[in-house]
Write a protein that binds this ligand. Structure first.
Ligand SMILES: *[C@@H]1O[C@H](CO)[C@@H](O)[C@H](O)[C@H]1NC(C)=O
Ligand SMILES: *[C@@H]1O[C@H](CO)[C@@H](O)[C@H](O)[C@H]1NC(C)=O
Ligand SMILES: *[C@@H]1O[C@H](CO)[C@@H](O)[C@H](O)[C@H]1NC(C)=O
Ligand SMILES: *[C@@H]1O[C@H](CO)[C@@H](O)[C@H](O)[C@H]1NC(C)=O
Ligand SMILES: *[C@@H]1O[C@H](CO)[C@@H](O)[C@H](O)[C@H]1NC(C)=O
Ligand SMILES: *[C@@H]1O[C@H](CO)[C@@H](O)[C@H](O)[C@H]1NC(C)=O
Ligand SMILES: *[C@@H]1O[C@H](CO)[C@@H](O)[C@H](O)[C@H]1NC(C)=O
Ligand SMILES: *[C@@H]1O[C@H](CO)[C@@H](O)[C@H](O)[C@H]1NC(C)=O
Ligand SMILES: *[C@@H]1O[C@H](CO)[C@@H](O)[C@H](O)[C@H]1NC(C)=O
Ligand SMILES: *[C@@H]1O[C@H](CO)[C@@H](O)[C@H](O)[C@H]1NC(C)=O
Length: 412
């Protein structure tokens, strides 16, 4: 499986095509093809949402969309007119208003065999009808829509504009769960040949991408970055295996976790919690920027809570706790100091260790809560975006390595 993955990336390198246009303001367009794409990446907290987003323009004439970063989705999609309750809202796309929009026919092999989500072609009333998807995200959200290609223009840091053609984009007409109003869609970083990530890597002739997440509560004028191509290394990078071989089902980034420690003591968690089962398509642990909180399989969650309770119960329970969805919260208004909270670390198979700052897992203002959610069954645990904040995460797909290091992500 894992060897296959490498082969596929090799194939990408061979499949370089010429649909990359570079528009450099004030220079002529013959400039060489950039070997990296770097987009500002911001926290969505000022938009009353969680997670991180990039801004990109889709179509000609270009329309701006705020796209939530998702490492678990291959499909890049935007909310489209039929989903829109008030269609005078111009942020909703009318594909037929973009001169460069090309619907993908449901009879094409591109629809029937190349595209993920694979259940794309269940409905094909006539050969040139649009390719449809009915896609279940890992959090249970269902997306229904049609697929087309359009031109995407991104503005890099430093204001250079880069245009990417034939980007495959889903036009989502139905969303079963509420997708946050202020965001227009998702940028799928799940890796697959036809995805935005796949395209961006081919265009830069590279096999690595990275994102650096600013503090989750940063105002909108503060940005980190999303990079396709060469990643500037920061001090104290650690490296672990990226288990990307199991991608027949999951385009997610599975990690080889060996355990979790609290204040240096390994929790007694059965090791099979960290094993991914490709047949059952469950288990293990993934990185998930689309989920704000981190979800842990029950045996891991229970041990973690046990280890935190002595510190948490030193503080009073919140007085009014009806609106709190999380289970383990406390009133931190008197005597709280992060140094009083245990130090959490996630350990990887090769000895690498991820040690997030306390604010990434004990969160809130006056009322603070442990930012973990319990999952029953044999689920896939994840490291959500709060836990990932203030770190650089580099996905070296060719070598199947994940590198990470603490960073404020704002320096340049
Ligand atoms: C986009 O795809 C269409 C249909 O396959 C093709 O004709 C066109 O050349 C492609 N454009 C670029 C820039 O690759
Ligand atoms: C967006 O997210 C915020 C924070 O969770 C929530 O309060 C708000 O209701 C959400 N908006 C929509 C439209 O879902
Ligand atoms: C629809 O959008 C228009 C323009 O943004 C606004 O004036 C109007 O109040 C909205 N209607 C509803 C029902 O939200
Ligand atoms: C685009 O499609 C919508 C919905 O099918 C339709 O109402 C609208 O008139 C179309 N616009 C153009 C410019 O064709
Ligand atoms: C869409 O773009 C892909 C490349 O990204 C290309 O292979 C395909 O032919 C395009 N389809 C159409 C209808 O433009
Ligand atoms: C793409 O990268 C490979 C491997 O680094 C290199 O051999 C090849 O020459 C590059 N191709 C282009 C067009 O830059
Ligand atoms: C962001 O805006 C705030 C207030 O509007 C300002 O104080 C701060 O300096 C700005 N930060 C950056 C990085 O521009
Ligand atoms: C909320 O308060 C009730 C009653 O005091 C308590 O049983 C429950 O555990 C509290 N929930 C949280 C999240 O603290
Ligand atoms: C927290 O405790 C440390 C070490 O005891 C101390 O240096 C720091 O000032 C305290 N912070 C606050 C906000 O009280
Ligand atoms: C995880 O790491 C351990 C220790 O290096 C190794 O023995 C094991 O094979 C790795 N698991 C996977 C699925 O790569």
């Amino acid at each position: 499986m894992e060897r296959n993955m490498s082969l596929i990336f090799l194939v990408w390198l061979v499949w370089l095509n010429g649909c990359f246009l570079l528009e450099v303001d004030g220079l002529n367009a013959e400039s060489s093809k950039p070997n990296r794409l770097e987009l500002p990446l911001r926290s969505a907290s000022d938009l009353d949402s969680f997670g991180y987003f990039v801004s990109m323009r889709i179509g000609i004439p270009p329309k701006k969309y705020l796209m939530k970063l998702s490492t678990c989705t291959v499909l890049t999609w935007i909310k489209c007119r039929n989903e829109c309750k008030n269609c005078s809202d111009t942020r909703f796309n009318q594909p037929n208003e973009s001169r460069t929009y090309r619907s993908i026919p449901c009879s094409s092999s591109y629809c029937t065999s190349d595209l993920i989500p694979s259940n794309a072609n269940e409905v094909c009333p006539k050969p040139d009808a649009p390719c449809r998807y009915d896609y279940l995200l890992e959090d249970g959200t269902r997306l229904v829509g049609t697929i087309g290609n359009d031109t995407v223009t991104v503005r890099m840091r430093g204001n250079q504009k880069v245009r990417l053609e034939n980007i495959t984009i889903g036009c989502t007409e139905e969303i079963t769960s509420k997708f946050n109003k202020s965001l227009d869609g998702e940028l799928g970083l799940g890796v697959e040949y036809q995805s935005f990530a796949g395209k961006a890597l081919r265009q830069t002739n590279t096999t690595s991408f990275a994102y650096c997440l600013v503090d989750s509560w940063s105002p909108i004028n503060v940005s980190g970055y999303l990079v396709f191509g060469r990643v500037d290394q920061v001090p104290n990078m650690q490296e672990t295996d990226l288990l990307v071989g199991h991608w027949t089902w999951s385009k997610s980034y599975h990690l080889n976790v060996s355990g979790i420690s609290v204040d240096g003591i390994m929790l007694d968690i059965p090791s099979d919690v960290w094993l991914y089962d490709p047949n059952g398509r469950t288990g293990g642990m993934i990185l998930d920027t689309g989920s704000p909180l981190s979800w842990l399989a029950a045996p891991a969650y229970d041990k973690l809570i046990q280890a935190f309770l002595p510190s948490i119960t030193k503080f009073p329970k919140p007085k009014d706790n009806e609106s709190i969805a999380l289970q383990h919260c406390f009133d931190s208004t008197t005597g709280y100091n992060e140094t009083l909270m245990p130090k959490l670390a996630i350990h990887f198979g090769n000895g690498a260790k991820f040690e997030p700052p306390v604010k990434s897992y004990v969160m809130g203002d006056d009322v603070k809560c442990l930012g973990f959610v319990r999952l029953d069954g044999v689920p896939t645990s994840n490291i959500g975006s709060f836990l990932q904040q203030n770190h650089l995460w580099e996905f070296d797909l060719f070598n199947e390595k994940l590198r990470f290091a603490p960073s404020t992500c704002t320096s340049d």
